[in-house]
Design a protein. Structure first.
Lengths: 272, 311, 455
């Protein structure tokens, strides 16, 4: 019993150390925005709220966070809906070459999210009339995220029991009813997690958002963050630190909401 | 108990509806992923550049870009750095720490668990540009938080240990995914099996080896595959070191960025991207083989056990 | 309840695509629209320039052209990324009518067919523009490629040595200082070191500083040793001048303690060097007049120095020895600058030229400089404006006559990277000769063989 208590104490210490390690880098975000002369390093701030006034003076700052929400939210919604449908079908019906296809798409997605695919992506968007539209950004980034989303969701749908679906079918439910009322509730935390993952991936993305959009009124926060430099490329840290904080808050808020409402994990918790 | 088979078509979907379910995703993927990816692979066979005469009139150069990359010592050192980076930060770091956290937090509730999960997930979802600044503040040579804590003033982590720095950085950045995936997987391990093992006198490593690992093996491999692929294509360390000093943290995505965007050689950049794809393919096949090999061996053992003493 | 079927979903996506095209803001049919693209944005990078376009250029031009609507397309990001976006636009024959470019990009854009000579786009009136007589020939060169004028220069800059007078006095050096040779710089650095200055000399080096290494470091040294990077169709390889320049790096960073090698390797090394100069930890620093205007500027600089005007001196960059610089000069500098070009695929090329010429008129140039002093392309405006700042007057009068420009060719960025790598090799401890040899090999690979390399 003593050994057990000691062991538990030891793990608590280890967990606390991990907690400190993960929290340490975030200190800058807690201090610099409130510092009168923010530096590249963390220091006890010479407290001021002036930086917030300065960032609100920027004509694009707040709008860019709204744009990030449109583009990130749109992509997250599209990815979750399309990936859930596809993952369910692929999980429940045997399609020849299914796994090979998924692996291939997963591999291709790494080519397209890299710098080298810039010209093809741009030309494609130009020809489809998607330049300078939120939709263009949403479709392009969703294309890159979908294979991984399907892959993860299928893995977890494979693990959900089919017995409920079988009984529902006996009672005459249609496949879409089964999906809506039985499968979705089972994998809902997983769907929510994929949504946050997609949102977070889009949130920090710069290159495609930058080349696909023209009007800064449509630019997301990641692009506007890059404009807060001088002509010689030196960062304006008062604006950057403050904007970084404001710009991180929606993602954190979404995570808190999702984790409170659905639980932030991949699995619904029904044991097989 | 065997996991439910997916081949049964429990929901009575039928091939037609299944296709209808898959088609929207596949259409989007075909247009915005497969098509540009094939185009990029084609560009890899040309000397295409963003500007200059080669932009106006790109020529097919066959495999010149590939031989060029494979004979470039920078590419080869970059490949080696990437292997170390993926191995250190994804396979050992993220998967190891992710599993450890999932395992130790599994039986806990309360504020400590919520705090750890929250802060680990926060590291994962913060925008990458912001994260760059956070780590500068931590690792800075003159006034960095880490040097202040360790009483090592002037230690230039990013210059003296660039690879180690980005490995630790990526562990911090990406452990959340492994932790979540393993937490979910551990929920599927029947507690009764663990209890039985404990009563039989198995210690924790034995429990892990005999009960937990066999039950979650598939998830371990899925996780390793995904995080390896992601880490292999991860550009974020660029915001920390810019690939330097002297290319000592120039992993392949940074190398591609330098070739394609800074030097403007889009053809060569595309070729290297395709090389990365091929390397990733090898990686994926290795994991798949591991998965299949284990499964077959296991089936062998089961058959042997069921069939009584071997002849 | 059924989820939408496949055709319905595709239909929804298509409809979304169409509506978002529709809301893309098509121009009013009755009037003509012109667009200006620049790498500046309100509240961000180059904000003054963005404000000038929005609050002065557009209203003033629309006053005299009642049927024309002028739009502004700001960017305000890294130069490389801006360049990528403009190149993609021009490649697909779209984009703004009047476009800001760095002068160094003119050649590669012209070679790609993305831009055309001004007379081909704007018509014969281009040659009769009043402004040409106000722009010095050397500055016009920023927009010239293959003898043809592709763009109007916006302004230029010059590179000098900035030094901290307070530290100089402390080290027993004169408060008004003008080195005559590289040895003079080293000697001053040695005195500063002896007086306890942590970093006597900051000479940009390495790849992390990017083009700042090439422009503020290696190219002025190369010019001081009598060579340009590209002359008569050949790139300068491991020539004696190149080895001399790298040898000076070795004297600063190779164990003498005159420079801080780690600062050259850090990803944010240049920002840090600014902060350190402002804190009085660096004695001598080679930079463009940008450093004076935007970095240590007492009020709005990124590393402000409240006593800048008293504490900071500036001196011309000396040649290796008097007379050993390019064209036999005693002093050297390097210059760059932005230009504005016309989009050859513009629907209203003549009108676009009118707008471009208007943006470069004396009145417009003066309006652009309102409240800040910098060197414009126009002599008439400079004569009037620069009296407000002796430092910039010094650049215009004493430095620009000595300066040189970079070659605007598509491979230049790669050559520049190779030069940065050569300095990085010296900083990390290799000898100047080794670094020069490795550079030569790399250069031959970039420019297509030894036949295109001199040295």
């Amino acid at each position: 019993m003593i050994r057990h208590t000691l062991g538990r104490l030891a793990t608590t210490v280890v967990i606390a150390a991990v907690l400190a390690l993960f929290a340490l880098p975030m200190l800058w975000l807690a201090s610099a925005p409130f510092d009168d002369t923010p530096a590249i390093t963390t220091s006890i701030p010479d407290f001021t709220l002036r930086n917030f006034a300065a960032i609100l003076d920027n004509p694009y700052a707040l709008g860019s966070i709204r744009n990030s929400l449109i583009q990130g939210g749109g992509a997250a919604a599209l990815v979750v809906v399309l990936a859930a449908l596809a993952a369910y079908a692929l999980s429940r019906v045997r399609v020849p070459g299914r796994d090979a296809l998924l692996y291939l798409l997963l591999l291709l997605s790494s080519v397209v999210t890299g710098t080298a695919a810039m010209v093809p992506i741009f030309e494609l968007a130009t020809r489809l009339g998607l330049i300078d539209t939120h939709l263009g950004v949403i479709l392009v980034v969703s294309g890159g995220l979908l294979p991984a989303a399907i892959f993860i969701l299928k893995d977890f749908m494979d693990d959900t029991p089919t017995s409920y679906e079988e009984s529902a079918r006996v009672f005459g439910a249609t496949p879409l009813q089964i999906l809506r009322h039985i499968v979705i509730p089972l994998v809902r935390p997983g769907l929510a997690t994929i949504a946050v993952w997609a949102l977070a991936s889009v949130w920090g993305g710069f290159l495609f958002q930058f080349i696909l959009l023209r009007d800064p009124e449509k630019a997301p926060g990641s692009v506007i963050l890059y404009t807060l430099y001088t002509e010689g490329g030196a960062p304006k840290l008062d604006l950057i630190s403050t904007f970084s904080l404001l710009y991180s808050l929606p993602v954190v808020a979404m995570y808190l909401f999702v984790s409170k409402r659905y639980g932030f994990r991949f699995h619904g918790g029904i044991k097989t | 108990m065997a996991r439910p088979t997916s081949a049964a078509d429990a929901a009575g979907l039928g091939t037609g509806r299944a296709i209808a379910f898959v088609l929207p995703a596949l259409t989007l993927i075909a247009v915005f992923l497969v098509f540009p990816a094939l185009w990029t692979i084609y560009l890899g066979l040309t000397d295409y550049r963003l500007t200059g005469t080669a932009a106006a009139d790109p020529r097919l150069v066959g495999t010149a870009n590939y031989t060029g990359a494979l004979t470039d010592p920078r590419f080869l050192s970059s490949l080696w750095l990437t292997v170390l980076y993926v191995g250190g930060s994804a396979v050992i770091g993220q998967a190891g720490l992710g599993f450890t956290l999932a395992w130790t937090l599994r039986t806990r509730t309360g504020p400590l668990r919520r705090a750890v999960e929250g802060v680990v997930l926060l590291s994962w979802i913060l925008p990458s540009t912001v994260v760059g600044f956070l780590w500068f503040a931590l690792l800075d040579r003159d006034d960095g938080t880490l040097n202040a804590l360790l009483h090592t003033p002037g230690l230039a982590w990013l210059l003296d240990h660039p690879l180690l720095s980005i490995i630790v950085f990526n562990v911090w950045r990406g452990t959340a995914f492994s932790m979540m995936l393993y937490s979910a997987a551990l929920e599927n391990v029947p507690p009764s099996h663990l209890e039985t093992a404990r009563l039989a006198g198995a210690n924790v490593p034995q429990q892990l080896r005999d009960v937990v690992l066999p039950a979650i093996r598939r998830h371990i491999l899925t996780n390793l595959l995904l995080i390896s692929l992601w880490t292999f294509n991860d550009f974020t360390p660029f915001v920390l070191t810019g690939g330097g000093p002297e290319g000592r943290s120039e992993i392949l995505p940074v190398y591609v960025y330098r070739v394609a965007l800074k030097d403007g050689q889009l053809g060569a950049g595309a070729a290297i991207s395709f090389l990365i794809l091929l390397i990733n393919l090898v990686l994926a096949l290795a994991y798949l083989r591991l998965l299949r090999g284990r499964r077959q061996r296991r089936r062998h053992q089961e058959i042997a056990a069921a069939g009584g003493p071997p002849a | 309840m059924r989820l939408p079927s496949r055709p319905a979903l595709i239909g929804v996506i298509a409809a979304l695509a169409l509506t978002s095209c529709g809301t893309g803001g098509g121009p009013d049919e009755s009037s003509t629209t012109l667009t200006i693209a620049a790498n500046s944005i309100e509240g961000g990078k180059n904000a003054e320039s963005a404000q000038w376009i929005k609050q002065w250029v557009i209203p003033e031009f629309e006053k005299t052209h009642p049927n024309v609507k002028v739009l502004f397309q700001p960017s305000g990001v890294d130069d490389e990324q801006y360049k990528t976006k403009i190149a993609l636009d021009l490649k697909s024959r779209t984009g703004a009518d009047v476009i800001d470019l760095d002068g160094i990009w003119v050649g590669e854009f012209a070679q790609a067919g993305y831009i055309k000579p001004l007379t081909e786009v704007g018509g014969a009136t281009v040659e009769q523009w009043e402004g040409w007589s106000q722009i010095p020939q050397a500055v016009q060169g920023l927009g010239i490629f293959d003898g043809k004028k592709y763009g109007l220069p916006q302004g230029t800059d010059g590179r000098v040595l900035f030094y901290n007078k307070t530290l100089f006095t402390k080290a027993g050096l004169p408060a008004t200082w003008q080195p005559r040779s590289w040895q003079d710089i080293i000697d001053a650095g040695t005195r500063l070191k002896a007086a306890g200055v942590p970093t006597p000399i900051q000479l940009n080096a390495g790849t992390a500083m990017g083009e700042a290494t090439t422009m503020q470091g290696l190219l002025p040294l190369l010019a001081g040793a009598g060579a340009e990077i590209y002359t008569a169709g050949k790139w300068t390889g491991a020539s004696p001048a190149m080895k001399d320049a790298l040898a000076l790096y070795q004297r600063v960073y190779g164990g003498s303690g005159l420079g801080d090698p780690k600062l050259q390797q850090e990803a944010k090394g240049r920002d840090k060097s600014f902060a350190r100069f402002a804190e009085g930890k660096i004695g001598i620093l080679a930079e463009s007049d940008y450093f004076w205007r935007s970095v240590i500027e007492p009020k709005a600089g990124v590393a402000p120095m409240k006593d800048r005007d008293q504490a900071v001196g500036y001196a011309k960059i000396p040649a290796k020895q008097p007379g050993s610089g390019i064209r036999g000069q005693d002093y050297v500098s390097m210059s760059g600058g932005a230009v504005r070009v016309l989009n050859p695929f513009s629907k209203n090329p003549r009108l676009a030229w009118d707008l471009l010429a208007f943006m470069h008129s004396a009145a417009a140039t003066k309006a652009q400089l309102a409240g800040q002093v910098r060197i414009s392309a126009r002599t008439d405006v400079n004569d009037e404006v620069l009296t407000a700042d002796p430092m910039l007057k010094y650049i215009a009068d004493d430095v620009l006559p000595l300066t040189a420009y970079r070659p605007g060719l598509a491979v230049y960025p790669q050559v520049s990277t190779a030069l940065q790598e050569a300095t990085a090799a010296v900083v990390s401890g290799r000898s100047a000769d080794e670094a020069a040899t490795a550079y030569q090999a790399k250069l031959e690979g970039i420019v297509g063989g030894a036949a295109n390399v001199s040295g």
